[in-house]
Every structure is written in structure tokens, then in C-alpha cells.
Design a protein around this ligand. Structure first.
Ligand SMILES: N[C@@H](CCC(=O)N[C@@H](CS)C(=O)NCC(=O)O)C(=O)O
Length: 177
């Protein structure tokens, strides 16, 4: 059965991390809300279900049969071994998961540069604060996060073509070089 990915229909957003892995592996999947017959209504139907015990808080989430898996890093941790995008070694799988969770933190900080005061307010309604937050983000946080990923890459004992081990993983879809 095809995997079902649920995410907002009009943006790449966090859904793109999952799409990249599915596309890289050539997996059979349906981008549910982009189906003309389903749309975001199908996403809300799952999130607002009164009977489903494991409802997601927010998209993206993946359905594999009856199983519902929320959060990008959690979805990728689930899919990685099935798609051939995670190391066989259990310890290394957790290393990849750690990198993906760091990416999760990074993405949340990127989001906060545009919505520093209130997530439910438009960027236009918090522009001065967004500018101040962005300046600090550019100065302090981008170099810290990217410097970290570059160090991990440099220190990979299996070489610098991949971030963990000697093959492509879902954590960073392309080698830096
Ligand atoms: N930790 C979650 C974050 C999910 C998330 O923030 N989703 C956004 C779209 S990118 C959303 O729709 N959030 C609604 C909300 O937080 O109320 C993940 O990594 O998937």
C-alpha cells in the first residue's frame, strides 16, 4: 500500500523533508492534500478525528496503513530503514536521528525569525521584532548550526562524502561537497 503524506497543500515547508526522502527512494506515496479530490479537508479529517487514538498535533504526518506517524524526525526515523536511507548499525541510526532533531531545532528557529512574538500573527504584524530576531539569528545561530554540521561531516571517520557512515542518509540529503 502506498504511504500517505499529509501536509499543507500550498507550501514546501516541513513536508519537503519527507518528500525528499520518499522521492530519493522512488517510494510509492500519495501527497494527500495535493490530490484534487482530497485537499486539506483530508488532513483535518485525521487531525480532528474523534475516534483515532493517535491524532497528530500538527502536519506533516505520515499514514502507513492504520499507523499514523507525526513529526518530521519521527517520520524519517520510521521511513529511513525501509527506504534504504538509514545505516544498518543501530548506533549510527541514532546519530542520524540526532542530526535530524538538530535540523528540527534549526527549522523552528528559522520559523521564529518571522513570528517572534506570536505564531498566529502574520509576519507583517511583527516586522520590527522579526528584523531584530533575524539579525541575531544570522549573526549567531546560522554559523553555529552550519558550523556544527560541517564539523560532523569533517569528523566522519568514513570520509567526507556523507554526514554519517559511507552512504546517503535521510538526515542531509546531499553531501556538502
Ligand atoms: N515538530 C513538528 C512541527 C510541526 C509544525 O510546526 N507544523 C506546522 C507546519 S510546518 C504547523 O502546521 N503547525 C501548526 C501549529 O503549530 O499550530 C515537526 O517537526 O513536524
Amino acid at each position: 500500500m502506498a504511504y500517505e503524506l499529509y501536509y499543507w497543500d500550498g507550501i514546501q515547508g516541513r513536508g519537503e523533508f519527507v518528500r525528499l526522502a520518499l522521492e530519493e527512494a522512488g517510494a510509492d506515496y500519495i501527497d494527500v492534500t495535493r490530490q484534487p479530490t482530497r485537499g486539506t479537508g483530508a488532513m483535518f479529517a485525521v487531525m480532528e478525528s474523534e475516534s483515532e487514538p493517535h491524532i497528530p498535533f500538527a502536519p506533516p504526518f505520515l499514514k502507513d496503513g492504520d499507523l499514523i506517524i507525526p513529526h518530521v524526525a519521527n517520520i524519517l526515523f520510521y521511513l529511513g530503514p525501509k527506504l534504504g536511507l538509514a545505516p544498518e548499525d543501530e548506533g549510527l541510526r541514532h546519530a542520524v536521528n540526532g542530526l535530524q532533531l538538530t535540523i528540527t531545532d534549526f527549522v523552528a528557529e528559522v520559523h521564529d525569525t518571522h513570528h517572534p512574538i506570536d505564531t498566529s500573527l502574520y509576519y507583517e504584524d511583527q516586522k520590527p521584532e522579526a528584523k531584530a530576531r533575524s539579525a541575531a539569528f544570522i549573526r549567531e545561530r546560522i554559523p553555529k548550526f552550519l558550523g556544527y554540521f560541517e564539523r560532523v561531516l569533517r569528523q566522519n571517520p568514513k570520509g567526507r562524502n556523507h554526514i554519517v557512515g559511507d552512504a546517503l542518509t535521510y538526515a542531509i540529503s546531499r553531501s556538502f561537497r
